[in-house]
Design a protein around this ligand. Structure first.
Ligand code: ZN
Length: 262
């Protein structure tokens, strides 16, 4: 069984404010981030609705504060929302107190949005500081989706002990930013969506042939993947995967729950 998770990280402007602190960040660069909530999210929700799929969104607290109704649209459509810190500051670039403050602030905002505790944590930039793991283990978070060492979910072993924290592993290979992210002060060439479609299909097919329980977790960003031609590509990929037997689409939370007892 391949468990397919469609995950979307909604950073909006915080993607840019957290990335390039040294340079002046102008209104145009920020507007690149705003494209996610303004255009990307509606397109993504339409696709998910059309294909009757549930997805997982990791949203920064700053975005929830500034695009509340868009976030409420996600929740009311039945999708999962997870923790992505308050303002997308990369954990290893700030001190432990700042990281904890951002973590706690985000938790309060998410509980208010969801009316419940979020289950999942995705670190901004997919990296942990020296204290991130302790923060998670001392919180109500049940799974992390950040590490890149496996094709199968697992429970973290920390300081010699097997914890209840499940890892849902990711990969730059399955991240839209690796192919499409571009900006004035950042960026490789942008790929043709058809090229990325063929790469993601090839990765899926090769995993499928192994005939074992694995996961295929796509990480996407509304401001990046939400462009029209890229969304059309995602739709093609979803339809391609859906035709296979022994595959299911599942939210990260539901998948993590199945591994908690293992
Ligand atoms: Zn992010």
């Amino acid at each position: 069984m391949i468990n397919v998770v469609l995950s979307f990280d909604i950073d909006a402007e915080t993607l840019w404010t957290s990335r390039d602190k040294e340079n002046k960040i102008g209104p145009v660069m920020l507007s690149q981030g705003a494209y996610g909530p303004k255009e990307g999210i509606p397109r993504i929700l339409d696709l998910l609705n059309k294909r009757e799929l549930s997805a997982t969104f990791f949203i920064t607290g700053w975005v929830i504060e500034h695009y509340r109704s868009r976030c409420e649209d996600i929740v009311s459509a039945g999708h999962e929302v997870g923790h992505h810190n308050y303002n997308h500051e990369w954990p290893w670039r700030v001190n432990a107190d700042v990281e904890k403050e951002a973590f706690d602030r985000e938790m309060v905002i998410l509980k208010d949005l969801l009316g419940r505790t979020p289950s999942g944590y995705r670190a901004p930039g997919w990296e942990f500081s020296d204290v991130t793991m302790d923060l998670l283990l001392n919180s109500e978070i049940k799974y992390s989706s950040n590490f890149m060492d496996s094709d199968v979910p697992y429970r973290h072993i920390y300081k010699g002990n097997k914890t209840n924290l499940v890892e849902l592993p990711v990969s730059w290979m399955l991240d839209d930013a690796a192919f499409f992210m571009h900006g004035l002060t950042y960026g490789p060439p942008q790929f043709n969506p058809e090229t990325v479609l063929s790469m993601w299909k090839a990765e899926f097919d090769a995993l499928y042939k192994e005939e074992r329980d694995t996961c295929f977790i796509l990480t996407m960003h509304p401001q990046i993947m939400g462009r029209p031609a890229r969304m059309a590509m995602l739709d093609k990929l979803v339809e391609y995967i859906r035709k296979k037997e022994g595959v299911r689409f599942i939210t990260a939370e539901a998948l993590a729950e199945e591994y908690r007892g293992l």
